[in-house]
Design a protein around this ligand. Structure first.
Ligand code: FAD
Length: 462
């Protein structure tokens, strides 16, 4: 009996048939995430309905030495959920729903397979705001968001996913269930074990439940689209606006001219300003009562115009104006198709280095990769820039471009992954952002929690 037949036979003996897919019943969707990274053959897909089933499956797979790949909404952009040869996929799609809302503590306890958008909507119905937001909100799951420590548009104000998680329930490789469903902000009873699993991309344990932090409801925002002469103006505006608005900027999205021009000319999106400026910022201040703060918000922009940091500005007068500003920023999904095949860089630098590094990256493209386009934009308020490069003619050129870009990241103490994770895709470049001592410590941690290396093997630091 080969390994695949054995694992299927054992899983059939411990699971109801409706929780298991094998052979031709395993549909294409389980074979890759959004990154398109190709993986190996899947032995079986398990679709558990509770934590105990996951514990039982992991215990069995651990005893048999069978690899296990956790899958959430499969919107990951780093190949973290791509199956490895002969693996059992644990799909979290049925473990969804809200377990509890504690309105006094400001927490929501959820199953890990709950789509992000559901968490947002339920929070809003209960009079709260769940601050994590990203374009894949309808498909990605809160468990996947936690496993990747997702970022998104509001990090500048509310932090990464890590900052929104108070407690977790996790199953370890040997089936041990770790109940860490803490609801307190303050809990220093020893090291905070749950942090190990946030951002570990399914390599240290499977997240089954989470307690997330809710913020007071917001009822709208003051939103502006501004044009600037250079990146120094962007830095000056950011620092001043944060000081004057008491750190309440909820989005500070930067688009260089290449992005803006393409969005308004190719996608036909309404242009709030002329397309001649080198750089643009979409700035937003969410609030329970935006009209009370609009005076302060406008005063910041007036001052920035007077100082010459900003050269033109459009302030949203209506909800529909604000929506059209965001439509421009969110047009990236359509623009990506025009650049295909692409390399999508998700890198970060200290904010003070972004302007300088973006210029070096542009220069690399203009001198060494003539004819290949590069579009720069990002959540610059938190140090993150995205660069879409394409069309890339072949894998050799792709590798050359990656090597050149990540060298700039290394030299400027940046990160090869700001928010998407390492998965398979960024694994060759991990050492550009992590010292060998750190990688060794990560390996020791993996060895301690998963000595047989069954959980998502070959990913991140493996
Ligand atoms: P998957 O892709 O299924 O899995 C991701 C990783 O987490 C894998 O390693 C998997 O093994 C592991 N995993 C999944 N569930 C669990 C679990 N329950 N327990 C343990 N491990 C698990 N990302 C951002 O950070 N910011 C953005 O702004 C952003 N925008 C996006 C926009 C679009 C249009 C798309 C397609 C993607 C975007 N992403 C963004 C990337 C992606 O949505 C996030 O990485 C998201 O957090 C992945 O969640 P998922 O449920 O789809 O996880």
């Amino acid at each position: 009996m080969n390994d695949k037949t054995l694992i299927i036979e054992v899983l059939c003996s411990i699971l109801p048939t409706e929780d298991l897919l094998v052979g031709d019943d395993i549909s294409e969707k389980y074979h890759q995430d959004w990154s398109g990274e190709k993986g190996g053959e899947i032995s079986a897909v398990v679709m558990p309905r509770n934590t105990e089933t996951i514990s039982k499956v992991l215990k069995t797979c651990n005893e048999l030495g069978c690899p296990v790949v956790p899958q959430g909404g499969l919107t990951g952009l780093a190949g973290g959920a791509t199956p490895v040869e002969g693996c059992v996929v644990i799909s979290m799609e049925r473990m969804k729903g809200i377990i509890e809302i504690d309105g006094v503590s400001g927490t929501m306890t959820v199953w890990a397979g709950t789509p992000l958008q559901v968490v947002q909507e339920v929070a809003e119905e209960a009079g709260f705001f769940f601050a994590l937001d990203l374009g894949a909100r309808g498909s990605c799951q809160i468990g996947g968001n936690i496993a990747t420590n997702a970022g998104g548009n509001r990090v500048i104000r509310y932090g990464m996913t890590r900052d929104l998680v108070l407690g977790l329930e996790v199953v370890l490789a040997d089936g041990t269930i770790l109940p860490m469903l803490n609801k307190m902000v303050k809990n220093n009873a020893g090291p905070d074990l749950k942090q190990l699993f946030i951002g570990s991309e399914g390599t240290l344990g499977i997240i089954t439940k989470a307690v997330v932090k809710l913020h007071p409801k917001v009822n709208g925002a003051n939103t502006a689209f501004v044009a600037l002469d250079n990146f120094t103006g962007v830095e000056q505006l950011l620092v001043y606006a944060q000081q004057q608005l008491s750190g309440q900027i909820s989005a500070f999205e930067v688009m260089w001219q290449s992005f803006y021009k393409e969005a308004v000319t190719e996608e036909g999106i309404r242009a709030p300003l002329s397309s001649d400026y080198p750089v643009y910022v979409l700035m937003e201040q969410q609030s329970a009562n935006p009209s009370m703060q609009s005076g302060q918000f406008e005063a910041v922009l007036e001052y920035a115009l007077e100082k010459g940091w900003v050269i033109d500005a459009a302030i949203a007068q209506t909800h529909s104006d604000a929506e059209s500003f965001w439509k421009l920023r969110d047009s990236i999904a359509e623009l990506l198709q025009r650049y295909a095949p692409t390399i999508n860089f998700d890198i970060s630098f200290p904010i003070s280095s972004i302007g300088h590094c973006a210029e070096i990256l542009k220069e690399i493209m203009n001198t060494r990769f003539v004819g290949i386009r590069a579009m720069f934009f990002g959540h610059v308020g938190d140090g993150n820039i995205h660069v879409v490069v394409g069309p890339v003619p072949d894998d050799t050129v792709a590798l050359e471009i990656e090597a050149a870009f990540y060298e700039v990241v290394r030299e400027n103490n940046g990160s090869v992954s700001a928010e998407h994770g390492i998965g398979l895709h960024k694994k060759p470049w991990l050492s550009y952002s992590r010292s060998s001592a750190e990688i060794q410590a990560l390996k020791l941690m993996k060895q301690a929690l998963d000595p047989k290396n069954i959980l998502n093997p070959g990913k991140v630091q493996d």
